[in-house]
Write a protein that binds this ligand. Structure first.
Ligand code: NA7
Length: 531
């Protein structure tokens, strides 16, 4: 137990994942008094909670690293091309200790409410430990993929075995040996966990609602040569991030020729052998032109049919009806191969919908499966879930949930009209979730820290976006998505995985986001009201 905190700070940071850690560091470096709150007993954010078997980042570890400290880059060495959760968590802990950030954080403390006091121009922030602090600036680094999606399945309370969620995995490794395990969900988490659960368990039944496109990781140990190549490529990589054309879909997409089927097939084969999500960068118009994307879909389906021996299972695993890459592509180790194991069965919920959980397992419309444990790999209430879990109130006590009831809106994904001095790290309307999250966190923190510094040097108290600028930005986010194939899938980008969530395409998929953020700052914070 600790005493409840009161008092006034320059800034409060909610969350101690990669966004929050860096925000605390940067703001303290500016000489601000800062405090951080974190629900977990440790730093790391989503990398603290997601401890399921096989969990790794789908971005190569050399790039899934902070860029803000050259010392850190020299000191830290990743062991594998794709880092495990364990190693990523160690990295977050190392950063927290190396830069003395830990002392700024109150752990096992959940922020419950944040309200803007218009008379004093200050945020009042409350926690579940009774803290009530005041802060001029409020930085929400509460995560995009942090609140688990727990779909209500009838009968769940009657199940006699244990039920796990990939995003809330126990600290102690789970021993599945001798057990019959049911896994619900085949997104990135399910695709990573299923092969390892299948190695451990007596039997695994995978309940699939929608098949995903998955590509082999070809994970391996990193060698000195990898580091040398990385260091050589690094300056150009950093420079590319700032380019007006950096982004998942850039203007080249609309001008590029349609590559021939043969050319595409050759390139996809090379990338399949190389491993990882490189297919997304194969052709500029992959995510804008069905004529290109269809070939990529055929290619992956062909691979599935070659790998998976049972034709019915192969067919059920083959995605159809939506383009490749518009739901986050899965990067796997032995996923499709796992369905050749004797002890693994795929149940296609499109053919036989899930009816209920019973005391002994799962009942579909056609069959009853006897199971000893269930794993929900059902993902997250993405992008807005963690913000809505708090009661955030801006001007006139307007609630964020109310303000966003028809879908989120945020200028640059960073700030919200009527919520002065509130910053969101990797918010809706930013491109964060489309690419490399740690880089996105870093850029947002740099931008907001520079903004706060700018305000302080000029004696400015309040920053808030002009409603017109916010509207124009969200229109641009929507227009960009509409020019691509992204809206053609029921993805969590669109809120489609959560019942009742408004269907609004949340991430920015266009080019030049960082460039634009920098330009807006350089022009004295264009589109903002500063007082
Ligand atoms: P995802 O990608 O949202 O995947 C969740 C999976 O769970 C997906 O296959 C869903 O099917 C399935 N699901 C969700 N609800 C249900 C119900 N009610 N019944 C059956 N199946 C269900 O989450 P992940 O954790 O795998 O990955 C999230 C991100 O984390 C990932 O994109 C990376 O960026 C890291 P659906 O497709 O909705 O039909």
């Amino acid at each position: 137990a600790r005493d409840a905190l009161e008092g006034e700070y320059d800034a409060v940071v909610v969350g101690a994942g990669f966004g929050g850690l860096y925000a605390l560091h940067r703001l303290r470096e500016l000489g601000l008094s800062v405090i951080g709150f974190e629900a977990a007993p440790e730093v790391g954010g989503t990398w603290y909670w997601n401890r399921y078997p096989g969990v790794r980042c789908d971005v190569p570890s050399l790039y899934y690293s902070y860029t803000w400290s050259a010392e850190l880059r020299r000191e830290w060495r990743w062991s594998e091309k794709y880092a495990t959760q364990r190693e990523i968590l160690d990295y977050a802990r190392y950063v927290a200790d190396r830069f003395g950030i830990r002392d700024l954080i109150r752990f096992e403390t959940r922020v419950t409410a944040a309200a803007f006091d218009e008379a004093e121009n200050i945020w009042q922030v409350s926690t579940d430990r009774g803290d009530r602090i005041r802060a001029r600036f409020c930085v929400m680094a509460s995560g995009c993929l942090s609140v688990p999606n727990n779909p209500k399945v009838a009968g769940a309370e009657s199940f006699r075995g244990r039920i796990y969620h990939t995003a809330r995995w126990p600290e102690q490794p789970v021993d599945f040996s001798g057990l019959r395990v049911g896994v619900i969900g085949t997104g990135s988490s399910g695709v990573q966990a299923i092969p390892l659960i299948a190695e451990a368990a007596q039997q695994v039944v995978v309940f699939q609602r929608t098949p995903n496109f998955s590509v082999p990781a070809r994970n391996r140990q990193l060698r000195d040569e990898d580091y040398e190549q990385f260091e050589a490529a690094y300056p150009a990589y950093l420079e590319s991030l700032e380019s007006p054309h950096f982004g998942r879909v850039n203007s080249a997409a609309f001008e590029a020729p349609i590559p021939s089927r043969e050319e595409q097939w050759r390139r996809y084969e090379e990338l399949w052998q190389e491993g990882g999500g490189g297919i997304l960068l194969s052709f500029p118009n992959l995510l804008t032109h069905e004529a290109v994307n269809d070939v990529a879909c055929d290619f992956v389906r062909e691979k599935i049919s070659q790998i998976v021996k049972d034709p019915r299972t192969a067919a059920a695993l083959s995605p159809g009806g939506y383009p490749l890459g518009v739901k986050r592509i899965c990067v796997d180790t032995n996923y499709y191969e796992t369905f050749n194991r004797e002890n693994v069965e795929l149940v296609d919920l499109k053919q036989e919908p899930l009816d209920r959980i019973t005391a002994d397992g799962i009942k579909t419309s056609a069959r009853q499966f006897e199971l000893d444990a269930l794993v929900f790999a059902t993902g997250f209430d993405a992008m807005t879930g963690a913000l809505f879990a708090m009661d955030i109130r801006g001007r006139n006590e307007l609630g964020l949930r109310e303000a966003w009831k028809d879908g989120p809106r945020a200028y640059l994904g960073l700030t919200v009209a009527d919520f002065p001095n509130l910053f969101i790290v990797t918010g809706p309307g930013s491109p964060s979730v489309i690419g490399n999250m740690i880089n996105a966190c870093e850029q947002h923190v740099d931008w907001l820290a520079d903004c706060i510094d700018y305000m302080r040097r000029r004696g400015l108290q309040i920053l808030e976006p002009e409603p017109a600028a916010e509207r124009a930005w969200m229109d641009h986010v929507a227009d960009m998505a509409a020019r691509t194939l992204f809206p053609k899938a029921n993805s969590w980008y669109l809120g489609a995985n959560i019942a009742g969530k408004p269907r609004v395409f949340m991430p920015y998929v266009g080019e030049g986001y960082r460039f634009r953020c920098a330009q807006i700052a350089a022009r004295g914070y264009e589109g903002f009201r500063l007082t």
